[in-house]
Design a protein around this ligand. Structure first.
Ligand SMILES: Nc1ncnc2c1ncn2[C@@H]1O[C@H](COP(=O)(O)OP(=O)(O)OP(=O)(O)O)[C@@H](O)[C@H]1O
Length: 626
């Protein structure tokens, strides 16, 4: 058995395609920051005031040393101490105020960005979700947004505050003694070069680390969702190995980040410290010469020490900014993806039928016509489909599909594995867009019907019956308009033979776990069926809806389905003769085309492939029954 695969690596689309400068990336946050700019601005001013308050302390020290200390005035020293205390308290209060000012608005910014991301994800086409690993999307909505909130709370303000503080501090030092001031300024240029080099390198590893967190999240998510498969096949060891490899890679990247950070810390700390040491020696000599007062030297050195934190913090503030720029890029990679649009994106999509399409398409009243007309049923005209990520010269999955399901008719769709049955059904509610040709509902091109109306007209139930973490009733009523109530729910449950829900601990209010895992496969499938029929849709698309039912339940569901299907136009993917027998006619899908249409018995006589497909299934079931 092959080893358990690592989670889907992010495709090229999920990796950086071009590097834009950190500032340009971060500027994209402006629409979110704009509503809270006033409060952030006030908070920045408060922080500058707090920081500059700290710079007054050395001046008070100078006054104490040159004044009361030189004069041996105990009262003056106590007064100086009181000033120092008041300045310290003022600094602390101002920093506290800054924090209070930013906390609430920034939580709001993060929540707004997360809500926009979620809303956008819902509107992105299935093709996008097919390409992106779920962990990559999850990490963008969690870790990346947290990094952005932290950036707005600290680096954004403190890069400004610290720059102002350093500038004011340098001016104070130059004013006190310009030669010593110049000595302290000497490392400025090398520090700037180090920061520039750091930013370039750190941006690359920061991006790597954040992508690797996405890969790791995907693996954990798949392991949790697929825990039954992992345990069932005893794959926990290989899954653990895959996890270990990914987390080792991430660890390596994090260590690379740490090394870069250590390098910049070392440079940013050592160079200014050397300058302070040189200034201390030079200043002491000047004090000994009598050309500098002891108080001035104390004030000078205290100012230099007060600037230590603003200078040293530049390293991690730049690192956090770089991570935030990467997080912004990653966030907007998703937000920039084009959502589903109501208009058909494919130029050839409607043209295949030529003038006929023009006469039936009525964009503004499309759905209305579909509902009111009642004639025409579901029609595929020259439909071709190739998956968006497939090579442009590859063979299309569907090519030249012509099929007409008359109003009120149930058509079974039969074909070999991988022949494109699921793909064909996904085209009706426009989960994918046709590459060419067109699909009409009661004569109206589906691309002329707003998606929301289209999806209210067409109900679907897929082979994999996904349930959400909500009550059973809520899960079923998802398929109905908001006005639907208990009566609709009871009818749908009866149709789908899902009366078992009344025996659940809280009836229809019973919460089903993640993906309804606390229910059996057959129970979930019946709930998915109830969801498909609860809105009494005009068109029903069922992808092998009875595959997980035992023969007795299948017979019951079939009997109920027969009643539902009588009042709707339906396309039902079928693998078994029992499901096929629900249909009025059968279409055989083979080689990307509909190669035969007729009743089950007609096709058994006329199509060797159909007979083979059905007999294969029958033999198997007969073997199983024996
Ligand atoms: N998202 C996708 N991107 C690219 N190719 C895909 C995608 N989904 C399916 N395919 C390919 O399209 C073809 C048809 O797949 P489809 O699932 O429609 O077949 P099917 O007839 O429903 O199969 P089955 O009976 O096994 O469910 C297959 O070759 C499959 O590999």
């Amino acid at each position: 058995m092959p080893t358990t695969p690592a989670p889907a690596e992010g495709t090229d689309e999920t990796r950086p395609t071009r590097s834009r400068s950190a500032v340009r990336s971060l500027l994209r946050l402006w629409p979110y920051v704009k509503p809270v700019r006033g409060r952030l601005g006030v908070a920045a001013v408060v922080a500058v005031a707090a920081s500059c308050t700290g710079l007054v302390i050395p001046l008070v020290l100078k006054w104490i040393v040159d004044g009361p200390v030189a004069d041996r005035s105990t009262g003056g020293v106590w007064l100086g101490a009181l000033y120092l205390l008041l300045l310290g308290v003022a600094e602390a209060v101002l920093f506290g105020l800054r924090r209070w000012l930013v906390a609430r608005p920034l939580a709001g910014v993060e929540a707004a960005m997360r809500a926009d991301l979620y809303r956008h994800l819902q509107r992105l086409p299935i093709a996008f979700h097919d390409r992106w690993a779920s962990g990559q999307l999850l990490s963008r909505g969690t870790t990346d947004l947290m990094l952005l909130r932290m950036f707005l709370a600290f680096p954004l303000t403190f890069l400004l505050v610290n720059s102002v503080t350093i500038l004011v501090g340098v001016l104070i030092m130059l004013a006190q003694d310009w030669t010593l001031g110049l000595v302290l300024l000497a490392p400025a240029l090398p520090v700037m070069v180090v920061c520039w080099l750091f930013e370039k390198r750190y941006s690359r590893v920061a991006r790597q680390a954040q992508d690797q967190v996405g890969d790791l999240t995907t693996l954990v998510e798949e392991s949790v969702l697929g825990i039954r498969i992992i345990k069932g096949f005893g794959r926990h060891r290989s899954q653990a190995l895959a996890f270990r490899d990914l987390s080792r890679t991430l660890r390596g990247t994090e260590l690379a980040k740490a090394r870069l950070l250590a390098g910049i810390y070392a440079a940013i700390t050592t160079l200014p410290e050397l300058a302070v040491g040189a200034a201390l020696v030079l200043g002491t000599v000047q004090v000994a010469d009598g050309s500098l007062s002891a108080g001035t030297l104390v004030a000078f050195l205290s100012t230099a020490l007060a600037l230590r934190w603003p200078v040293e913090s530049i390293g991690f503030l730049l690192a956090m900014s770089q991570e935030a720029a990467t997080a912004t890029e990653r966030y907007f990679e998703v937000m920039d993806a084009a959502p589903e649009s109501d208009t058909a994106p494919v130029s050839g999509a409607v043209s295949a039928s030529g003038a006929a399409s023009a006469s039936v398409v009525a964009p503004t009243s499309g759905a209305g016509r579909a509902r009111d007309g009642g004639h025409g049923g579901l029609r595929f005209d020259g439909v071709r489909f190739r998956y968006p990520d497939a090579e442009s010269d590859s063979v299309p999955v569907l090519d030249g599909i012509d099929l007409h399901i008359r109003p009120g008719e149930t058509m079974a769709l039969v074909g070999g594995t991988g022949s494109g049955k699921t793909t064909l059904t996904a085209l009706v509610p426009r989960l994918h867009e046709v590459t060419a040709g067109r699909i009409t509902l009661d004569g109206v091109d589906i691309t002329a019907i707003p998606r929301e109306e289209l999806r209210a007209l067409v109900a679907v139930a897929f082979e994999e019956p996904t349930l959400f973490s909500a009550g059973v009733g809520e899960n079923v009523l998802m398929g109905a308009p908001d006005t639907a109530g208990e009566a609709d729910l009871a009818r749908a449950l009866a149709v789908a033979q899902a009366d078992f829900v009344h025996a659940l601990p809280h009836g229809t209010d019973t919460q089903v776990g993640e993906q309804g895992l606390s229910l059996s496969g057959g129970q979930r499938q019946r709930l998915a069926l109830a969801r498909a029929v609860v809105g009494t849709p005009r068109f029903l698309v069922l992808d092998d809806p009875l595959s997980a039912l035992d023969v007795h339940t299948e017979a019951l569901v079939e009997a109920a389905l027969r009643r539902v299907l009588a009042g709707t136009t339906a396309l039902v993917v079928a693998h078994r003769p029992s499901t096929v027998l629900l249909a009025d006619r059968v279409a055989l899908l083979s080689g990307g085309r509909i190669t035969a249409v007729g009743t089950h018995h007609e096709l058994l006589r006329t199509s060797a492939e159909y007979a083979w497909l059905m007999s294969g299934r029958t033999e198997t079931s007969e073997r199983e029954n024996r």
